[in-house]
Design a protein. Structure first.
Length: 254
């Protein structure tokens, strides 16, 4: 778990307000792949519980783990009673329980790759499902994206998170599917994309940027200035491409 991954607590309320949630289609995709009832789940890096609510709201008993107390406090405001919360980073999480599902929502890239897959496999019953999902939030209009890139340039070259294993974006199988395919612990690795478009006010888009780690790394004065420049450059509303890239895999039988 990197220090950068622990900066989100300072913007927990903005994270809850401006980050999009997850659609019912995602639950249907995961449950259809599982092919059996998912009674229990362990969530890695739950944040404010955007994905927690999707699964818990459909009867899954979710244990939501998160290293940042402020993020967990925000999560607890929004989740149903069948959610158990645990403050712990992935690398220090201790549990003797096994689950039908282990999932990570836009969080797996923050985990230490050393021993990642044996740890996750150890939390799954044989045949249990691992799911990782997320994706970049991008301005749909290239002209608007170019304007934002120019406003951002004096402060940041990019606000993207590169592929953790260096997989080029044009490859048909993206990370973490690439690693799952190489892992002896998992089989039946699949990748799917849920296409999604979101329209929001320019100010809300800047609010979203305030929850992106690249901006949180900037000094406060630079951060405020880049937000002002971007908002001034934007039209009143913007359309975002927020496709959800889903990776699914099954724990090999013992």
């Amino acid at each position: 778990m990197t220090v950068r991954a622990l900066r989100f607590g300072a913007v927990a309320e903005a994270y809850e307000r401006f980050r999009p949630g997850y659609p019912a289609e995602l639950y249907d995709l995961v449950s259809g792949y599982a092919g059996a009832p998912m009674g229990s789940a362990l969530e890695i890096g739950a944040g404010t519980g955007k994905a927690t609510r999707l699964f818990a709201g459909r009867g899954v008993a979710v244990t939501a783990t998160e290293p940042d107390e402020a993020m967990l406090a925000e999560l607890r405001k929004h989740v149903p009673a069948n959610v158990t919360t645990v403050r712990a980073p992935f690398e220090q999480l201790r549990t003797d329980a096994t689950y039908d599902l282990v999932f990570a929502a836009a969080a797996l890239h923050w985990t230490d790759p050393d021993g990642r897959w044996p740890r996750i496999a150890g939390w799954l019953r044989p045949g249990g499902v691992f799911a990782s999902f997320g994706g970049p939030v991008q301005l749909t209009d290239p002209a608007v994206e170019a304007v934002v890139r120019a406003a951002r340039a004096p402060f940041l070259d990019s606000d993207d998170i590169p592929s953790p294993d260096g997989t080029p974006p044009e490859e048909p199988m993206q990370w973490p599917g690439t690693e799952l395919r190489r892992s002896a612990w998992f089989t039946d690795v699949r990748q799917a994309v849920i296409v999604r478009r979101v329209t929001m006010r320019a100010a809300d888009y800047v609010g979203h940027l305030s929850t992106v780690s690249a901006y949180l790394e900037l000094p406060a004065a630079a951060r405020d200035e880049v937000y002002r420049r971007i908002e001034r450059a934007l039209p009143e509303t913007v359309e975002l491409t927020t496709d959800i890239i889903v990776h699914l895999a099954r724990r090999r039988a013992a």
